[in-house]
Design a protein around this ligand. Sequence first.
Ligand code: SF4
Length: 792
Amino acid sequence: MKQTRDSIADIWGERTPYFDEQWPERVDERVTEEPDNWIQAACVLCSAGCGLDIGVKDGKMVGVRGRSVDAVNRGRLGPKGLHGWIANNSKDRLTRPLIRRDGELQEASWDEAMNLIVAKSKEIIDKHTSLGIGFYTSGQLFLEEYYTLGVIGKAGLGTPHMDGNTRLCTATSAAALKVSFGSDGQPGSYSDLDTANVIMHVGHNIASQHTVLWMRILDRLAGPNPPKLIVIDPRKTYTAEKATVHLAPKLGTNIPVLNGLLHILIKENLINPGYIAAHTVGFEELKNIVAAWHPQRVEEVSGVPEHLLYEAAMLLGKTNTLVSTVLQGVYQSMQATASAVQVNNIHLIRGLIGRPGCGIYQMNGQPTAQNTRETGADGDLPGFRNWGNKEHINELARLWNVEPDTIPHWSPPTHAMQIMRFAETGSIKMLWVSATNPAVSMPELARMRKLLTRDGLFLIVQDAFMTETAQMADVILPAAIWGEKTGCTTNVDRTVHICHKAVEPPGEARSDLDIFIDYARRMDFKDKDGAPLIKWNTPEEAFEAWKECTRGRPCDYTGMSYAKLTGGSGIQWPCNEKYPDGTPHLYTNGVFPTAADYCESYGHDLDTGAAQTPDEYRLIDPKGKAFLKAVDYQLPHEVPDQDYPLWLTTGRVVYHFHTRTKTGRSKELCNAAPDAYVQLSAQDAVKYGIKDGDMVEISSRRGSVIQPAMVGDIEPGIIFIPFHYGYWDNNSRSRAANELTLTEWDPVSKQPHFKYAAVRIRKAVAQDDEEAQAALKHMEEVITNNFKMEGA
Ligand code: SF4
């Protein structure tokens, strides 16, 4: 085994300070054997999208190394990237299709499994129309696979019931970008981090979630002209420890804090009137709404001290360059879209957008979440087209050579929470889940288990592992994963990477692209002329078809090709005749994609989510100006009370991704973060008689979990539980954080609220109760030993 550093102990590695505003290269590598060859790819364990090469020896993956030529990471990799690949070699991969017969999952051939799915599809369509079929996909597949799935759903079946687990992690990102700028697409580039004087992280523990981006910031901090950091997070995270100003609001109070920052900027005249007048609409309304949010009121509601709010506002108001990042602390909380939009507003009223050093990253949670959104696999229309614009529907109908009415545009697409509701009530009769694990990641898990196992629901799970969801399936399709197939991924700053196939998938596992195409062929989906609807067979052919779909749209890929993406760095869209090398910054001329004929959305009321009609939008057509929108504060839907006196918030740890289906197969990552826990403040620990290591029962109105306690680094009144941990490797106790969370969502983005719930705690087993602790530990070991974890 060879590694350039132990990234478990040394998460971010040695500092390589900036020189002449250049971020130096540093190549991180970890291999278990010396590779025979290296294959170009990108990491798919978070949305940073670091370029890497996969080391291959004797047809087997043996490690990874960062790509020094890649603009995203310049060779660096974090602990997940350096270790997560080992999951590909895991002995518990799914290798054959499985069909449930007499209650048992039994091995089957691909023909048997696909014929069963096709027969079931046809039966449902005959009896109930294709509205009986729903798809729930991922932020883990490749662009080509999502696009194929999108065309099957929209032009083959004509079902509006399609969404991704991106609804849980990035729906608010897309919604906030559409609200402010008229279309999805991040305005900036990671290179903005190289020169920004102020960097603000809102609800984003970047040090843990995007370790390589944090390395870039640490290197700025270690070099000349270090930036000032503003961190808005209720917990004292790694990121908050480095903050110039740390604002720690109470849960659910992002709007008061962000409205308060806007209030001070406007009151102190730290705005750019010329930019506001030339490039935005809605300033007077914004000004009126934030006028009431003076610092004293913000402190009363959010707990953020007046002087700290003022300090943060002065940093924002006096800088000429600013990068802001936003993530789940905003997206999964109350008034998610409205809060994310306030960050866009800060940039717009200061004119800090569309040039180097000025970036807004409404971050994504997953590596290919951007592709789910671009291609329409999440319910949106491909190429950021507008459901309300008939001409956009016609464009797609022409492209796919189908009748426009085939494309289900009579109502808004069904979002994931509603898809689950339809599966629960029986109107969705077949649910096809690919590369995601709702039995652990969705809120209110007791309800989720019940609906996924409901009599009459035919559940298909397409995955590489026997997840908690797969265990409930009627048919399991074994999927090839990253490294075993070719395709493209697009990260947060619009960088497109190609991931080449490095090794063969195990057993009979197939790529998701092959599975979807096989389904389309067996279903005999045709275009208007009787030709196959899906006209491609390979990833590259799918990519070429996708390029045509993006022509003239904000995410224009027409200047890219597999050849161009191979050998160097990733390329940022739009990439076309005008921008053959890609585009680092959008909106450089202050023109935004808001014109009525071009925009991706006609907008929503931020309070209620009510959609604006095409006619209403055309009346106020901003014709290329950005929107400034704001709302007042609303109380969270559930607040602590006498019975449930504490706030619960959930989140991630640095060593794991999603529900650990991949990172949970690495011995080193598991050893570094072996189990869920509950973090509580020292004050609450005293109040409830809890010590570090005690087993604590946490209950909400929806369920209970038992977790070991970890005391400190969090505000009193709040507890934190990481959401990664389910039951596939340890079902000795109830431990998944989502047993406790509530079924509520943002009115605009429809993203569920994982960041607040009212709970109570009590000590279950004391740390010094050796007998009880030993019994618990034994139980866990028995379960864990039943699963093989790979590592080196
Ligand atoms: S930062 Fe994200 S993309 Fe980069 S190596 Fe880590 S997990 Fe992979």
